[in-house]
Design a protein around this ligand. Structure first.
Ligand SMILES: [Zn+2]
Length: 141
């Protein structure tokens, strides 16, 4: 429970700008939070304003508002590694590249903010490769 709350809190910090797959044309669309929360797609011109209440986390690589598939997602270590945006990717890279504290780290708050499999030493190379793949997608726009 505690872990989940921490992860949610961290995700909220990256929620202001989420890249998703456009429901109309499958290209990249952005959900941006200003005065309203709006989905817009540069490729096909789709614009949608979120009229729901609150948001729903969890359930995989979907945005917490429209529940659209995230644009930045890739398979990794039998899981799906996903990110909301470039800052979120940078955050993950920073964490994974840092020395991974193996035994005693479990109590620290930073340690708890990524899923366990991403923090396991033997997954490190694969996780970094997956982050790289998503960074390349980011570069392309
Ligand atoms: Zn579109």
């Amino acid at each position: 429970m505690k872990r989940f709350q921490l992860e949610t809190k961290t995700l909220v910090a990256f929620m202001h700008d989420i890249r998703v797959r456009c429901p109309q044309c499958e290209q990249r669309a952005d959900i941006v939070m200003n005065e309203t929360l709006r989905l817009s797609c540069l490729a096909c011109g789709l614009v949608r304003t979120y009229t729901g209440i609150g948001f729903r986390m969890g359930g995989g690589a979907f945005d917490p508002f429209f529940r659209l598939p995230l644009y930045l997602q890739t398979n990794c270590c039998g899981h799906v590694l996903w990110a909301y945006n470039r800052d979120h990717l940078a955050y993950m890279r920073e964490y994974v590249e840092a020395d991974i504290r193996t035994s005693d780290g479990e109590n620290s708050s930073i340690e708890s903010r990524l899923p366990k499999w991403m923090k396991q030493k033997h997954n490190r190379e694969d996780v970094l490769r997956a982050i790289k793949r998503l960074e390349i997608i980011c570069e392309k726009g």
